[in-house]
Design a protein around this ligand. Structure first.
Ligand SMILES: [Zn+2]
Length: 63
């Protein structure tokens, strides 16, 4: 098994990561919600961007 963050071999102490740094990075990803969009899939990113653009902004003033 390899580290899901950087791909290096996993260290048992930091499983499933290779280091404290990657474990922290993963936690940060969860906290910022970036896991909602798979970064390694450009098409999914595009779709997510389109989805966001399609949604009306509730705080936008009406004319
Ligand atoms: Zn790593």
């Amino acid at each position: 098994m390899s580290c899901p963050i950087c791909g290096k071999p996993t260290q048992p102490r930091y499983r499933p990561f290779c280091s404290r740094r990657c474990a922290d990075l993963d936690l940060g990803k969860w906290l910022t919600g970036s896991y909602a969009i798979p970064a390694e899939d450009p098409e999914a990113l595009e779709e997510a961007a389109e989805e966001l653009a399609r949604q009306p902004r509730p705080d936008e003033p009406r004319h």
